[in-house]
Design a protein around this ligand. Sequence first.
Ligand code: AMP
Length: 931
Amino acid sequence: RTVPGELKWAASPSEGGWEEVSIMDEKNIPIRTYQVCNVLEPNQNNWLRTDWIPRSGAQRVYVEVKFTLRDCNSLPGVTGTCKETFNLYYHESNEDRESYIKENSFIKVDTVAADESFTQVDVGDRIMKLNTEVRDVKVTTRKGFYLAFQDVGACIALVSVRVFYKTCPLTVRNLATFPDTITGADTSSLVEVRGSCVNQSEEREEPKMYCGADGEWLVPIGGCLCNPGYEEKGGACKACSAGFYKAKSTDPGCAKCPPHSHSLRDGATVCDCHSGFFRADSDPPSMACTQPPSAPQQLISVVNETSVVLEWAPPHRLGGRSDTSYSLECLICQTGSHGHTGVRLCAPCGSDVLFSPGQAGLKTTRVVVSELRAHTHYTFIVHARNGVSQASGAGAAQSVSVSVTTNQATPSPVSFIQATDVTRHSLSLSWQQPDRPNGVILEYEVKFYEKDQRERSYRIMRTFSRSVDVTGLNPLTVYVFHVRARTAAGYGEFSTPFEFSTNSDPFPLIGEGVNSAFLLLSVSGVGILLLISAAVFIISRRRSKYSKTKQDSEEEKHLNPGVKIYVDPFTYEDPDQAIHEFAKEIDVSCIHIEKVIGMGEFGEVCSGRLRAQGKREIYVAIKSLKAGYSDKQRRDFLSEASIMGQFDHPNIIRLEGVVTRCKPLMIITEYMENGSLDAFLRKHDGQFTVIQLVGMLRGIASGMKYLSDMNYVHRDLAARNILVNSNLVCKVSDFGLSRVLEDDPEAAYTTRVRHIPIRWTAPEAIAYRKFTTASDVWSYGIVMWEVVSYGERPYWDMNNQDVIKAIEEGYRLPAPMDCPVVLHQLMLDCWERDRAERPTFSQILNMLDKLIRNPGTLRTITCISTFILPTGTMLESGVGSEVCVSVIPEMCVEMDRLGIITPSHQDMLIASVQQEIFSQMQHMQHTMVPV
Ligand code: AMP
């Protein structure tokens, strides 16, 4: 229609078919048409082909044909050859200059008929009916295509042919641009198109849309968001103006800067803080700018022993924030010698200091600082911080400090107790020093009770060491133990309870399980008839008789219930300090000396009377230090009082006090009317009953038990050092020798050798100065012998060297005349070579108590043995693992469990005893045969 000149489309046949005809349109403008109208002739096949049409990326093209078509009926004389349709064809080709029409290469698009309603078109004087038909066709294979119109005998004029394709037009949807997009090849096809974000925007979700076949955009998905600093306006992203900001793309739009901040340029993503204001890393841009807090206020400290409670008020200015937190700095300080004017040297406290609820990041304004050192200067600095303290660079400035000095404190509790050695009647306990001793630990206190008894009744033991042997327990019983430590500040808390049970192993004590049999042996030799009465004890596992008893003071340091531990006065630098701690100073005017009663190492001993203020007058003994004494003598003299003053027991001589403020120095003790025991017994030879003698021995044992419980080793236990009062009560005295050999190995054998009471001293103490409670037990055995023999000199007139040798060879003192066999057996037990085998004073005391309760045991036994045979060889025992032992120790006879001696056993025993006695007589009659 719009082509001005000739189109010159290819037609076939070139003559008589389609013809290019110019006509006038309704506005009298000439237009080109192609016409054919061979309605009267049959078999028409007229082709008209367009020029090559480039496809230009289209996949489906639309062909709009405008034409007029004559109604066959309106044509006069027309027969059945007249048609009212034509056919539309296409042919895809890369060749844009095909010269002729290859009919068979064309594909039919459709048969096109005239519409039912015709448009009336006035062409000159004629009225034409103009039809418009549109067909679409898929063209996808070549660069372009040709269209062809086939006429088969109609009367047609093609007025216009318009070929076009459809696109979805460029569009912006959700801030994504979608380009102009050619529709798909099929009528139902949707072309997926990815959009691209508009300037200053970023993808929120991949923007996508579909281009429908008719050029409509469908189903938008995803989209974009304006970048920080930009907001959407009219489908585009525009920068925030000054004073506004947008921090995140997802923020809805630009917002006004928060308080204390500003933005000077467009497009701000965050507003800058005004000077002096800050923003923490974690603060959102929408938050106002803030300031660090001022210092905490009104810091107060309350010291409680080694804890300090610190409390303060929040800072005056919180800086507009609510995240104020506090931290504590702990400094341990040494003050210079001039107190507050001195230089304070401070260092950070160690990691062992505890802060509750914590040291840093505190939200509360109260902290308990514990586990501090006792009596120490500390400085505590409380810092207030908030989220902008670091940003402001002023974190350390907002602080307040306080200096405190901790108090003396009691030790922390002992945390763990263990039982190392458990027997039927005893437990060995040990424990660790408390984590926080808070000073020098002066002693430990052990509290224990039978679990069943709860705390209704309990016992207390005290010790210096971190272990203790608890004796006198019931078998198979659960005991509960608590331990606490004491410093100068007092006792700490008791430990939590620890439970241990004694066990049920048989642990025979002296006198238990005794089967006695007596052998009367008549032996004649050298004109002497000896009657040997041997009490034979069957004691299972004889070797373990006292083996559970540790006698070594160093290993053991055990104490008994309710008894304090002995403190060596020589550990005091100043002897006067010890004396004043343990002895009372007596005004010399209260003392009336009456007469001289004896001679001590340092001077006379007098008797007299003491009338202390407000007390009744009592008789006292007064020991004085003779004039011209050396410092050492003074010290040694007073040490006896310092030791004695620590004891409080009915069988220990009681110290009334000392006179040190004027001369002569005096030690005042209770008066013992009957003087020393050895002289007393000699004076009353044979005048006491066995029970009376055992009663005296019991008193001495009781006093010695008390001393051993206090961890005191006497070293000079002998009848001469026992004093007797008017009631025959025996009391241990003379505490001067306890340290003679201490720490001075030379002294033992050179200058002070005269001090070693050889006859009373255990071999290990003589040999290597092993003075222990067990060596005191040995001496006690000798005292027993002295008592039963009414003050006889032990080993009679043998010299010291012979005594040492005889003991070494296994000889022991025989039973004194009329000595009950059980007593002699007890003596022999005290003289066991192995000190661990000797009984303890506690066991001795039990044994004597038993004898006193059953005097029959003492009366029925007559002990007239004369010789004590060397230890060493044992006669074989044939009864299981039982071993029988006799008072003649190694005169061991095989016996049955009941202790019945069969005639053959008796014969054997008599024969061996005879043999032993004869050989002894030959060697020893001059030294060991007193009667
Ligand atoms: P001493 O050297 O301390 O053992 O004393 C020497 C002597 O004084 C003793 O053998 C006793 O005869 C006597 N003696 C010491 N203390 C007392 C006392 N408390 N009561 C009676 N006599 C005592």
